[in-house]
Design a protein around this ligand. Structure first.
Ligand SMILES: [Ca+2]
Length: 196
């Protein structure tokens, strides 16, 4: 993250920044690079071990959607990370861009970020699952969701979709038409596990 962004965002109250983005206040552009946003969402969630909830601010800009993740410290709010989805951008990408979900343990959410990337045949979405540890966002799982064409044994070309599923606490399943990969949380990291 640029030092300037970090410095500007230190002490900035996420609800205030959300208002500035909605109204087109020049302070919003200095912090985010976006002058005004028509779709601003502010989420609070418990992302780490300290008591105050963290904040995630999602806003759209010119052909992109972005999110700032704020950690609350004794010195005030600090930006822990910034994410952006812009490749071949469509407004509906906003909905799945940021997800806050307790993947590995109850009462504490992980941050799931879904971004689009280039491809000719496939519609691919890169997925990263982050945990907030001591103010730093640590990626604990990476993968892809995608739609691809494949030939069925009958000779017919079928569309195969692979999606992330969260069937139980600590379990992530990436299931496609003919493939399945499962990961189980082992306390510090995800490990390969039999597909349920
Ligand atoms: Ca917290």
């Amino acid at each position: 993250m640029p030092a300037l962004l970090l410095a500007l965002a230190l002490g900035v109250d996420p609800p205030a920044l959300a208002e500035w983005l909605r109204k087109g206040d020049s302070r919003a552009e200095r912090i985010t690079g976006v002058a005004k946003s028509a779709d601003v969402r502010l989420f609070f969630a418990q992302l780490d071990d300290d008591e105050p909830e963290e904040a995630v601010l999602r806003y759209d800009g010119d052909q992109k959607v972005e999110a700032l993740v704020f950690d609350r410290t004794a010195a005030g709010w600090v930006v822990a990370g910034k994410f952006s989805d812009w490749w071949n951008y469509k407004p509906e990408y906003r909905d799945g861009f940021i997800e806050l979900r307790a993947v590995t343990r109850a009462g504490r959410a992980e941050l799931i970020v879904r971004t689009h990337s280039g491809g000719t045949e496939e519609d691919a979405i890169d997925i990263e699952i982050f945990q907030l540890r001591a103010g730093k966002l640590v990626a604990v799982l990476k993968g892809n969701e995608y739609t691809s064409k494949m030939e069925h044994p009958s000779g017919k070309v079928v569309t195969a979709v692979t999606r992330f599923e969260y069937p139980a606490a600590g379990v992530v399943v990436m299931r496609g038409a003919i493939n399945c990969r499962a990961m189980r949380w082992a306390g510090e990291v995800f490990v390969e596990s039999p597909c349920p």
